[in-house]
Every structure is written in C-alpha cells, then in structure tokens.
Design a protein around this ligand. Structure first.
Ligand code: FE
Ligand code: CA
Length: 509
C-alpha cells in the first residue's frame, strides 16, 4: 500500500514523466516516434453480422495531452479468422481525430454469425496487440450455450485489476461492464490509496481523457478488453458521484452541470467500443439498448442515470447522505428510467422469444432497507414505482426467466425479486461484486440480511466478478473472488447458484 511520502514521490515521478509531444517531423510523414497503442484494443456491440473494433491512440498515458499532437492520424485495421492473422477477411483504414480523443471506432458488417475473429491496428509504423472478438448468433438460432463475465466499479486508487486478468482467462463470449469504469474524484483519504493517479478531479474533456488513459494503461484491463467483445453501461462516477439526470449531488447550477455531463459523456464514448450512433450530442447520449443471442438470451442494457428524476428525501449526517424515507419517494410518477426508456423496456420484456431475459443495469435493483426501515435513495429504492412497473411487466407478460445483473454497491449479492415481501418470486438478481472498489464489512451485510430476507447471499469484503453460464435448461452464476490489493492474486469460487428454466429464485448449487 502506498501512503504518505512514498505516494507523493510516485506522483512526483509521474509528473516528471510528462513527456513533451513525441511527434517529430517523421510523424508528419506517417511515422510515430513512440508506440501509440499504449491503451490496447477492444471490441464491443456484437451483432450477428459484425462488431465494433476500438482503439485510441495515446503515446503517453500519463501526459495531459496523451503525447498526441492535435492532428488526425490514419489507422489501418485488419480482421482475420485465425489468431495468427493469416486468413484476413477484412481490412481498411480509419482516421483517429483529435476532436474524438484520437479514438477509432470501426463498425464491421458482413461477418459470419456466431464466429470468432481476431483483429489488429497499425499506425505510424507501429502495430497494436491482437484482440479476439466474436459475432452473435443469427436471430432465432438454436444456441446451446452462452458465457458472460460481468463486473463493475474499478476504482484505480483502491486496488489492482487481478479480477480482470482472471476474467480474461474465462474465455467469455461476452463481457458486460455495469458502470463506474473510472472514478472522477481523487481519493481524499490518503491511507486508503493503493496506487495514486494525478491529483486532479476529472471535470472537462482534458481531465476525463487523461483519467481514462491512466486507467486503460493497465495491462490486466487491456487483457480483459482483448479477450472478448464488451457491452457497457455507465453509472455515476463516469460523470459525478451520485448524480441523477441533470442534477449533480452538489448544488451546481444546471447549465454548468450539463456542460460537465457533455464532456464526460463525450469522453466515455471515445473510450468505449460503442457504435457511432451512440455518439453524444451535447449532454445527451443514447446508451440503453438490447442484444439477442439467438433464441437463448436477450440482454437489455439500461441507463438508470441519464433520465432519472432528482433524488428526494435525503438526510445528511456528518456531511454524508444517509438512508432516509419520505412520502415523495413513493410518488407513482417518480421514474428512474424516464418515459421513453420505460416504454422501450416494456416492449423488450413483452415481445421476446428469448429463453433467458437478462437485465444489465448499474445499481442494486432489490430493496435494501437498513434496520430502522430507511433506504438509500440513490438506487431503485429511491424510485420504487419504476421497480414495481418492471416486476408487473414480468408477471403480466409472463416474461420467460428474468435475471437481473447489477453493480454499484461494491458487494456480491444474490437476491429474489418479488412485488411483495414473501410474495411469489418473479426474478433473480445477481450483483457481481466490484473489480477493485472497496465494499462493506460482512458484519454490516449480515445485519442487512436480517432485515432484507430476500437477499440470500451477501459478501462485501472480497473483490471480483460474476460469471454466467447459460444453457436452455439453466443459468449458472458463479461469484469469483480475488484480493484486490494484490496484483497477482489467485481467483476462487465464492458461491455458485443455479436458476433452472422456469424456476426464478436464488438456489445454491
Ligand atoms: Fe462504484
Ligand atoms: Ca456507483
């Protein structure tokens, strides 16, 4: 653990390492003096005929300008049917432009369904690492299996990414990331900082870009991106802690906050393997979407931050918001999704042929009361009418096998979802821990379980990720635990659950 003077030493070293732009005259002629692929490669948004390939040119991840001159750079890309890249099936060129943070998003079409591909980029005389990706099966295909690895909350300062190294080795078909990819603030409590980054809050294009570059320089995170296509959503820390819609937690004027949100969303898009269609316009970015894996599974990915109404009934103690309750919380018009997304989701849950209907969303969906009956208002507990509406849709539409994946709370949770306490179980929720962010003590969680009997499993002291193995007959969920303070940590199974076809609810394997 790095604390006190040694931390300042490291920061000093990082500051001293701020290289001047490495671009030479040779750059103008198409050559780069330094490797521009320091952030690795990624892919995402798999469809039956294609996938998005991503990279972002950065020669110096620690420098505020990323080591890049404000000029566009031509980037070549190639896609092959083999890991050695001998059977090339597509190649082309893209422009990495400074106004997009020198990111590249290549949307491939015309690939074969349900197939693995490998890809690589070239720029300025350098070549990137090789990434593996795959396409989704054809619509209606009779698919026998799907493996998803999922995680959230990877605060750099709180620990290492051993979880990502092991996640990459799982050979997943899909990686789902449920938010808090970066943390915008600096850690104020020095003693908790395991590895520091520059002592600035991310607030604008330059500072958000640098924060992503700093995180993405991590080799374990790069390995996870190179292993499989990702499907992502965000939570609050990609913008600002606990924000909701157009309101920051701090009383920042709305127009100033929306300016900050616009910068944060732009840089999020630049750094994720997302389609051009989701590129933000000002402070707005379309992120909710769904993905089908033949007839086996549908994954609906929610955005429960951008459209939610402001928080209500907060109480403050010692400068921190604490769980509270008030009548406005129960207002049936309070929405965490906004009207358009809620209507869209209802259609996705109603008009579906999938054997497994997964919801990927960023917070704990189940109720989490504290001992005096109060709740935290930052998640679904602050918007119970929205939660009720989804549960009613599952019930009334007889949606087959709803399973919820969650993040945000930095704990592993497995819970039953019902409309009423002790009512029929309608769906099962699995919150897959946090990659590195610090959680809660298991003593606290044992107390929470006493007043929340629908939570069947809780573990807050171990970092890690979740793994889903889906077949037509069952969805097997394994919580995989690591020591987040040890870069070389081994991984172990914490718990395994099996949801059998037609039988919602948490059952230990
Ligand atoms: Fe988090
Ligand atoms: Ca969060």
């Amino acid at each position: 653990m790095v604390t006190g003077p040694s931390r300042r030493l490291l920061l000093g070293a990082a500051a001293a390492g701020l290289a001047p732009a490495v671009w030479t005259r040779a750059a103008a002629q198409g050559r780069l003096a330094a490797d521009p692929f320091r952030l690795g490669v990624a892919s995402g948004e798999p469809a039956p005929d294609g996938v998005v390939l991503w990279t972002r040119l950065v020669t110096d991840p620690q420098a505020m300008d990323a080591g890049m001159a404000p000029e566009a750079v031509t980037v070549g890309w190639e896609v092959a049917e083999d890991a050695g890249l001998s059977r090339i099936v597509r190649k082309g060129e893209a422009r990495a432009r400074p106004e997009a943070g020198h990111s590249v998003h290549v949307e491939l079409e015309g690939l074969k369904p349900d197939r693995e591909y490998w890809y690589r980029f070239h720029a300025g005389g350098h070549s990137s690492a090789v990434g593996r990706t795959r396409t989704a099966p054809e619509p209606g295909a009779d698919v026998r299996s799907l493996r998803i690895a999922y995680g959230s909350c990877q605060k750099w300062e709180a620990g290492y990414y051993a979880a990502h190294r092991h996640l990459a080795a799982e050979n997943p078909d899909l990686v789902v990331f449920l938010g808090d990819y970066i943390y915008e603030r600096i850690e104020s409590r020095d003693a908790d900082v395991v590895r520091p980054h520059p002592n600035v809050d991310a607030l604008d294009l330059a500072t958000y870009r640098q924060r992503y570059a700093w995180y993405k320089a991590d080799p374990d995170l790069q390995a996870a991106h190179a292993a499989a296509p990702w499907v992502v959503t965000w939570d609050d820390h990609e913008v600002s802690n606990d924000y909701g819609g157009d309101a920051d937690k701090t009383p920042l004027p709305r127009d100033l906050f929306l300016k900050r949100r616009a910068a944060a969303y732009q840089v999020y898009w630049e750094n994720m393997p997302l389609r051009r269609g989701s590129r933000p316009r000002g402070p707005d970015m379309a992120l909710y979407r769904s993905l089908d894996w033949g007839r086996l599974a549908r994954l609906s990915v929610l955005d429960d931050r951008q459209y939610r109404q402001p928080r209500t009934c907060d109480a403050v103690a010692d400068g921190k918001r604490i769980p509270y309750d008030c009548p406005e919380r129960l207002d049936p018009s309070r929405s965490i999704l906004g009207a358009s997304q809620a209507r869209w989701l209802e259609r996705r849950l109603t008009d579906t042929w999938a054997r497994w209907n997964l919801l990927g969303q960023q917070t704990l969906m189940g109720e989490l009361r504290v001992e005096d009956g109060k709740v935290s208002n930052d998640g679904w507990d602050g918007y119970p009418a929205s939660r009720r509406k989804i549960l009613e849709t599952w019930r009334d539409a007889k949606t087959v096998n709803p399973v919820v994946l969650g993040g945000d709370v930095h704990c592993f949770f497995a819970g039953d979802l019902s409309l009423e306490r002790n009512g029929p179980v309608l769906a099962t929720e699995f919150v897959g821990g946090s990659i590195s962010s610090l959680g809660r003590s298991n003593q606290t969680l044992a107390g929470a379980r006493l007043v929340n009997p629908h939570l069947k499993y809780a573990e807050g002291e171990t970092r890690g990720y979740g793994r889903l193995d889906i077949t037509p007959k069952a969805c097997t969920v394994t919580f995989r635990g690591v020591n987040g303070l040890d870069r070389a940590s081994p991984v172990r199974d914490l718990a395994t659950f099996v949801v059998e076809d037609g039988r919602p609810g948490v059952v230990r394997a």
